[in-house]
Design a protein around this ligand. Sequence first.
Ligand code: CTP
Length: 406
Amino acid sequence: MRVDEAVASRLRQKHVVLGVTGSIAAYKAVGLASALVQAGATVDVIMTEAATRMVQPLSFQAITHRPVHVDLFAPLAETEIGHVTLGQQADLLLVAPATANTLAKLALGLADNLLTTTALAARCPIVVAPAMETAMWHHAATQDHLATLRQRGVIVVEPEAGYLASGKSGAGRLADERRILATVARLFTPQDLAGRHIVVTAGGTREAIDPVRFISNASSGRMGYAVAEAAAQRGARVTLISTVRHLPAPFWVDVEPVESARQMRDAVLAAIPQADALLMAAAVADYRPADVAPQKRKKGSDEWVLRLVPNPDILEEVKATKPPGLVVVGWAAETHDLIENARSKLRRKDLDLIVANPVPQTFGSDRVQATLLFRDGTIVPLEPLSKVALANRILDIVAERLRHRR
Ligand code: CTP
């Protein structure tokens, strides 16, 4: 799996102890270990004895390039990187998969193997990703143990409902690897947008011609998704108003699907009264077909002339109605006169900040050479950045504005 940059940037140089217990999902921990290593983390794996029945320690050793720890009483473990040191040096203890048995031991503070002993000695955050049969998951004992662990600050990545080893379907399947990694990454991210509500728009709007055709543009939506994901990672409550169907929804983000500019306008105007910031990364179509044919237009030999009428300008409508203190960021994608055009949009739309991008380089590409223009006239050209890095730069400015807002 290719590790998401938003995740990798938070895991670089972190020391993760990955505890693997004897669930059938133990084989998935091999992929998880690989993803953590790819993200630049140092990974020490501790397996319970039961886990070694499911997966060979050698698999983890080959991936992490480090010895795998199993035996509490192994001389090497005690002298060099024993349970106390491992747990105290690590930035995180991640137990995935966590069986009902291990969860119970962690809740009770039992220390009968290297993993539970390490957990008891650990001073770092602990994340557990349970995996078990549905009945075990729903059992009052398991739920009570989880409540105890949560109360002590342990983060639980809930299992999903789905196909289980027993052949049945139900709750208890190890959470998706992406969700586990996103949870870990968020733990290493300063929560400077906690308590804030951020509204983001993404994608090119689709303006219907008939039931099967529409006018749109080349926007991939990746900029808006990067902003939404980064804002959620930094603790914000995020509403993502999106025309995009091909990108997975970022975790902890409420996605509101829309198609046309007018639907996007309605969704934005409904969302901003409770919001702290609006980031309009969407490429909104300026025109739409004057008439939408109720049926598919059939082919003919005549020319087809489409009449277009102007769409509402969402940012101009926001300007007229925005709540005081709302931080508003716009984007300007330009083929020519980048700075001039961006500056005039900043003024016309009364923005705090506009992100000026040259096209066609920007659309669909992962790196952007953006210039930031501020309300006070400051212009900051940025080095070429990935969309994730650019999203975080923009959010640094938004967070700063919100901190100084009266
Ligand atoms: N925008 C908007 N409503 C529109 C068009 C654009 O809110 N109908 C927003 C975009 O989301 C972006 C900013 O305004 O944040 C600038 O969009 P852009 O398409 O570059 O500018 P336009 O105002 O459409 O001007 P032009 O097409 O002449 O470049």
